[in-house]
Design a protein around this ligand. Structure first.
Ligand code: AHG
Ligand code: MN
Ligand code: MN
Length: 348
């Protein structure tokens, strides 16, 4: 038995110790999130035994049906953060507006954005789901925190991470010093360091996309995916397909084993389906820190200036060469717009 383990708390503190000016607040905030997600993991483990499965009979701001666990996970994360004095404002997939911390609590210097339960269509069938979070330093100078603290481009994130509630529960995060993974030991209730310094393979084995949308993609995207099938060996070696329908689980597999995840725009979702602030941007920060990359097809996700809380974006993320293949192919395939025909003088 290994008697020397590194808990997430010790690891976070050790990392911060390298910075003499650090106050410990970010470390504590990450630890607050670890605690909240342990509570969510416990609720998910008991799902089926207690009454937390199924619809909540409400819709979120995006018109999607909320599951009971979406609402429970949202409450757990908010409650883990509100009272700490470390956060001024929050933003959640499940809430229409920004969530300033309540007046009775001190407002801190961080803005936290989250998808409390990602992949919620998988809950009722006992498949992997997750929680995604993104942290920014506030830019407003006082008070409870504002929209400006939330609407920052992904390159300004100070930390991002996810927790995957899978065959085991794992937390993976970055503070800009590499990506580190922790596995929850349920016997002692602690996240223990299991995957230090994750580097994703340069070329992946897998591609992950919802192929049922194929007919709704534009031709350049269809060309890209045919390449991933192996139909264009002069351009790219074909890959194996894996798709769960839970961004956290699909991203995590590709991060570890190498691969590319795509959720392109289609005629049903003309701006893509995934949300920039609490899905694409945090995953993009993690991907880049693991030496992978993330684009909306051609542009870097972390450079996009957000304009709305629940804004969507196409997403191509994972192994660097594969994301590069997609961008190069899309650029090549995009037909330059034809110059307008010169006006003909009418024949009299
Ligand atoms: P959420 O459950 O937070 O709404 O997210 C669902 C997302 C994401 O996890 C996944 O990658 C994608 O929806 C799957 O969409 P399709 O079912 O259209 O493939
Ligand atoms: Mn989601
Ligand atoms: Mn969600």
């Amino acid at each position: 038995m290994n008697t020397s383990v590194t808990t997430i708390e010790r690891f976070i503190m050790d990392q911060e110790d390298r910075y003499p000016d650090a106050t410990g607040e970010l470390s504590n905030l990450l630890y607050d999130l670890a605690l909240g997600t342990k509570m969510i993991a416990a609720a998910i483990r008991r799902a089926g035994l207690v009454d937390v499965l199924g619809s909540n009979h409400t819709d979120n701001v995006q018109g999607e049906e909320q599951q009971k666990l979406d609402v429970l996970a949202n409450d757990i994360i908010k409650n883990s953060l509100s009272h700490t004095g470390r956060v001024c404002v929050m933003c959640s997939e499940e809430e229409n507006e920004i969530i300033p911390v309540p007046e009775e609590y001190e407002a801190g210097k961080y803005a936290v954005l989250f998808d409390p339960l990602d992949g919620s269509s998988n809950i009722d069938v006992n498949s992997a789901v997750g929680t995604i979070f993104s942290i920014y330093r506030r830019i407003s100078l006082e008070g409870r925190g504002t929209m400006a603290d939330i609407l920052q481009p992904g390159c300004k994130q100070v930390a991002a991470g996810y927790v995957m509630y899978g065959s085991s529960t794992m937390m993976v995060y970055t503070t800009g010093q590499g990506v580190h993974g922790f596995t929850l030991d349920p016997t002692i209730g602690e996240f223990l360091l299991s995957h230090p310094r994750i580097i994703t393979p340069r070329v992946g084995k897998y591609y992950s996309v919802n192929e049922s949308n194929f007919a709704r993609w534009d031709r350049p995207m269809q060309h890209v995916v045919r390449g991933l099938h192996g139909d264009r060996p002069d351009e790219i070696t074909g890959k194996n397909s894996r798709y769960i329908g839970s961004l956290v689980a699909d991203f995590h597999r590709n991060l570890i084993a190498g691969g590319v995840f795509l959720y392109p725009a289609d005629t049903k979702n003309p701006r893509g389906k995934l949300r920039l602030l609490y899905e694409a941007a945090p995953m993009a920060f993690i991907a880049e820190q693991a030496e992978g990359s993330a684009t909306d097809g051609v542009n870097r996700i972390l450079d996009i200036e957000p304009t709305g809380l629940h804004q969507r974006t196409p997403l191509v993320i994972g192994s660097r060469n594969d994301v590069g293949y997609v961008a190069d192919t899309l650029r090549r395939q995009m037909v330059p717009s034809r110059p307008a025909e010169p006006l003909q003088a009418p024949v009299l």
